[in-house]
Design a protein around this ligand. Structure first.
Ligand SMILES: *[C@@H]1O[C@H](CO)[C@@H](O)[C@H](O)[C@H]1NC(C)=O
Ligand SMILES: *[C@@H]1O[C@H](CO)[C@@H](O)[C@H](O)[C@H]1NC(C)=O
Ligand SMILES: *[C@@H]1O[C@H](CO)[C@@H](O)[C@H](O)[C@H]1NC(C)=O
Ligand SMILES: *[C@@H]1O[C@H](CO)[C@@H](O)[C@H](O)[C@H]1NC(C)=O
Length: 904
């Protein structure tokens, strides 16, 4: 015989795991599709990178050289200079940075374009200072010659490097600064920069030198001149300022103010120090001239950068847009997990498994581990493929950091799915919401969250607050990894390593870790409240005290009800009370005044589904529950199987209280619910194997039990047992449900209308199955078929409006409620009187219930009627007048049912 111990947690977990694996095997194609998504996204990234490379990262794209690697400044752009190899840099005449005409100080005095460029001077010795001021650009020749002789400047912005001074190429003029412009002090020269050679206009501009009394004054004026935002404020930009301090005949001591923040409307670009040397040179020359006269000067011919090799711009574009893609890839698992969980809930499979003994712990452990395994597999595919295809994100960062981060994030994601699944009862809604979450999070991440992240002024606390949203914390982690990969690729350093783990990464990992644990606990807690119908404070409540209270109140209530009940029901109630006093274990099922009230919704009154049911079911009995639709039979079964909680009353299954010991009760019960709760993708055999394992069947016993089970419900032949449930007809599903409820020989089996939708042959074989099962345990069965009830049930209860109207074995009931025979006799019309007289002769209280054209029906009270007398009377009648037809019938169960249902 089978082992009657309940299955251990391991056995249950094993059963569930096997079931899930089979389920996944059936789902193989959608799994393959799922795994290909990261492949496709990675491929897409690679394609984008290739496109980007071909456009920007290739040599000829930047350097402008189609054939040679080094091409100097053939196509003179500063971009070109930035990338090409420049083994022999050009020489550039040093320039001053001059403000654009419209911004120059003292504009109002002069025509805009020829506004003078203004210098400020100060020092300890004003007379000396003024001499130096005059010497600044006094002796430049009127026309032509070496450019080093002129004081030149430009208002176009310099580049970072001076491989090429764009001022000479731009449309803006080169200014020649003089004390006074004569008409021929503007001229054109030929700029020769191999391989380029082009003319350039040199425009004369007046220099204005202003003496200020102190350093403080200079500073104040420069500050006032600084460009202000509003329109009224005058913009006074100065070219430069000199402070000669304590300069005298034997020493030169000079301070130079220069402006490094030149910008135009689109770019802010620090003016490199490129334009400073000439300022210093001017001051030195002025001093030299003061000492030695105007013939002596230091010619500043040119400045020149050092040679450089070709540089390559390699922008790792995939690392930049990576976070968006990778967020999607990882989040894509979320809908998958969520829908699986919600599916089991929507199809009530979770309850079904629970009713057959699957404990919460194994369910949680297995489902959780299972999702973790699936996720790990998925992530592994992703990382391996990403690395193989050469994505820097994977290659450059430390793999162990990635591993830890991904592990935490998938665990967090699974906990979120568990938590969220409590809110949904419909797969479709859950799917839609989950996908919105996936894509919304990615887009919000790149367009909003990243924007905040990169804004140094955005408060860090807010960032942390945003990271509490799991999607953003994931995004942040991926962002940090990408940034490291990008920097590593661009600057040729290491990617993220443990020892230089950034603050962002640490922060986000901590947040995720803590959040994961918290969410997991709350998900479990919510699950316990919803599925195990435990009290919200179940951790703190102690069950024994609760049990006592129940007992006490039940006794009180039962006193009121007794008065109005039928004697048989009353007797059953007394029997129950007797059992309660002695021992509850002797009964398979013992219900004491069980009630269920559905609270009124939307203004409807309360509904009393079950009003005080008392029932004692001995071991091995098959109890049939008859009753019209909506009488409360299913509510009763749901209460007994723990799907809903009784409003009051108590019940015991094998001596275990359904309020407190449901988990143990489940190991000894089987349920065939009214609606088939089956997995579409599994076969009948797999269902039976799963539930059999839950019932602690193992090895050959299990296989044998499953075979027998399939055979007994006619699902064995024609490979029906191995077909998936979605190919089953309604009747086949029904039979499978019955087989499931019986596998493992449970002590108590509930069957809610097991034979609906079955053809007569299947029904017959089903009955045989139930009859055999009766020998091993008790059965509670609801049905609408009187025939079935009569064949299968030892006792029947007719249940109307939530309470038992009568209870007893079929014969008793017929006797009690039928209590009569029906005699039908057909003669010609003139003999009707005689028939009636004859009937009354052997049954004084016979009642005529029907009469038409000589056919009459009489109800004969069973007590005063002997069948022999009826036969004798009919014989007598046949002799007296012709009898066309006659018949005597016992009342059927159907009559009883109709009668009971009508009178109550
Ligand atoms: C200022 O400089 C001049 C030379 O330009 C010199 O003669 C004079 O003594 C100096 N004044 C002072 C106060 O040092
Ligand atoms: C500078 O000082 C002299 C006298 O020391 C004074 O006359 C002149 O107004 C001052 N200039 C300015 C701009 O303050
Ligand atoms: C320095 O340059 C910036 C940018 O062109 C300008 O806004 C500012 O006014 C300049 N400062 C002075 C003192 O000229
Ligand atoms: C600003 O500088 C950039 C780059 O030097 C240039 O392309 C652009 O035309 C300039 N804009 C203005 C308004 O000067």
């Amino acid at each position: 015989m089978t082992d009657s111990r309940p299955a251990s947690i391991l056995t249950q977990a094993d059963a569930l795991l096997r079931k899930n694996l089979v389920f996944q095997k059936r789902n193989i194609w959608s799994n393959v599709r799922l795994v290909t998504i990261p492949f496709f996204l990675c491929l897409l990234l690679v394609v984008i990178q290739l496109l980007f490379d071909s456009q920007f990262n290739e040599d000829h794209g930047q350097c402008g050289c189609l054939n040679e690697k080094t091409c100097g400044l053939r196509y003179s752009t500063s971009d070109q200079a930035a990338f090409c190899a420049i083994p022999n840099p050009s020489q550039w005449t040093p320039l001053l940075q001059i403000p654009s005409p419209q911004y120059r100080a003292a504009t109002t005095l002069y025509l805009s374009l020829s506004s003078p460029v203004t210098f400020l001077f100060t020092g300890n010795n004003q007379s000396l200072g003024e001499t130096l001021m005059r010497n600044m650009y006094s002796n430049s020749p009127e026309f032509g010659g070496d450019l080093a002789n002129y004081v030149l400047g430009s208002s176009s912005l310099p580049a970072y490097t001076n491989y090429m001074d764009s001022s000479f190429i731009s449309d803006l003029p080169i200014y020649n600064i003089k004390h006074k412009c004569s008409p021929n002090s503007s001229f054109s020269i030929l700029i020769h920069q191999p391989p380029l050679s082009f003319p350039k206009e040199i425009t004369c501009v007046r220099g204005l030198n202003l003496w200020r009394n102190s350093t403080f004054d200079v500073n104040k004026e420069l500050f006032k001149g600084y460009r202000k935002g509003n329109q009224e404020e005058k913009i006074n930009e100065y070219t430069a300022a000199f402070d000669f301090q304590n300069t005298n005949g034997s020493r030169l001591n000079v301070n130079v103010w220069y402006n490094s923040t030149y910008k135009n409307n689109t770019v802010i670009r620090p003016m490199a120090l490129i334009r400073v040397p000439r300022l210093v040179n001017l001051a030195s020359n002025a001093y030299l001239e003061f000492l030695k006269g105007s013939q002596t000067k230091i010619l500043f011919e040119y400045i020149k950068e050092m040679p450089k090799p070709e540089t390559k711009l390699t922008l790792d574009i995939t690392s930049l847009i990576g976070p968006l893609f990778f967020t999607w890839v990882i989040l894509l698992l979320f809908p998958v997990i969520l829908t699986t969980l919600v599916y089991e809930k929507q199809q009530r499979l979770r309850i079904m498994m629970k009713m057959h003994g699957l404990g919460d712990a194994p369910y949680w452990i297995v489902s959780y581990t299972y999702f973790v395994l699936v996720s790990i597999l998925y992530m592994l595919c992703f990382a391996v493929f990403g690395s193989a295809i050469g994505l820097n994100f994977f290659r450059l960062n430390d793999y162990s950091i990635q591993l830890v981060f991904f592990l935490i994030s998938i665990n967090l994601q699974i906990s979120v799915a568990f938590l969220v699944s409590a809110m949904f009862s419909d797969v479709k809604t859950a799917t839609v919401i989950a996908y919105i979450y996936v894509f919304g999070t990615g887009l919000l991440g790149i367009f909003l969250f990243q924007f905040f992240l990169e804004d140094p002024h955005f408060p860090r606390e807010w960032i942390i607050a945003m990271e509490l949203y799991p999607g953003f914390s994931l995004y942040r982690g991926l962002y940090e990894l990408s940034q490291s990969a990008f920097a590593a690729d661009y600057r040729g350093v290491n990617g993220m390593r443990w020892r230089d783990l950034g603050d962002g990464m640490k922060e986000v990992t901590c947040i995720m870790l803590i959040e994961w644990l918290l969410l997991l606990v709350s998900a479990f807690y919510i699950d316990q409240i919803t599925y195990s119908s435990k009290h919200p404070l179940f951790f703190f409540l102690q069950t024994p005290s609760k049990k006592k209270q129940h007992h006490y109140s039940n006794k009180q209530i039962s006193k009121f009800v007794v008065e109005m009940e039928k004697p048989d029901v009353c007797q059953e109630r007394e029997k129950v009370e007797q059992y309660l006093l002695e021992s509850t274990e002797n009964c398979a099922v013992l219900c004491n005044n069980l009630k269920k009230v559905y609270s009124g919704k939307d203004g409807n009154p309360q509904k009393l589904a079950v009003r005080g049911l008392s029932l004692a079911l001995p071991q091995g009995e098959c109890f049939g529950m008859l009753g019209p639709n909506g009488a409360g039979k299913t509510s009763f079964i749901n209460m007994m199987t723990g799907i809903i909680k009784p409003s009051s009353g108590s019940a015991f299954v094998q001596g275990l209280d359904i309020l407190t010991d449901m988990d143990r009760i489940y190991t000894t019960t089987g349920v065939c619910p009214q609606h088939d709760l089956l997995w579409d993708k599994l076969s009948g055999r797999e269902h039976l194997l799963f539930y059999g394992r839950l019932k602690n069947l193992q090895g050959s016993v299990l296989t044998q039990a499953v075979e027998e089970s399939l055979r007994s419900v006619n699902l064995f032949h024609g490979g029906n047992g191995d077909k998936q449930i979605r190919r089953y007809s309604g009747g086949m599903k029904r039979r499978l449900s019955v087989a499931i409820s019986l596998i493992g020989n449970p002590k108590v089996v509930y069957m809610d209308e097991p034979s609906t939708g079955l053809d007569p042959a299947s029904r017959k074989s089903l009955w045989d199955v139930v009859k055999r099962a009766k020998r091993k345990g008790s059965i509670i069965l609801t049905t609408h078929s009187m025939e079935e009830a009569e064949v299968l049930c030892d006792r029947l209860g007719i249940f109307v409006n939530g309470s038992l109207q009568c209870i007893g074995n079929p014969k008793e009931l017929k006797g009690r409620y039928g209590g009569s025979y029906v005699l039908t006799m057909t003669t010609s019309e003139e003999h009707e009187q005689e028939v009636e007289k004859l009937v009354h002769s052997f049954s004084k209280n016979a009642k005529k219930i029907y009469r038409t054209l000589g056919t009459q029906k009489f109800e004969l009270p069973r007590k005063e009627t002997k069948i022999a007398e009826v036969f004798q009377a009919v014989e007598k009648a046949k002799k007296m007048f012709p009898v066309v037809a006659w018949g005597l019938a016992d009342t059927t169960l159907e009559d009883v049912f109709v009668k009971v249902a009508q009178t109550s």
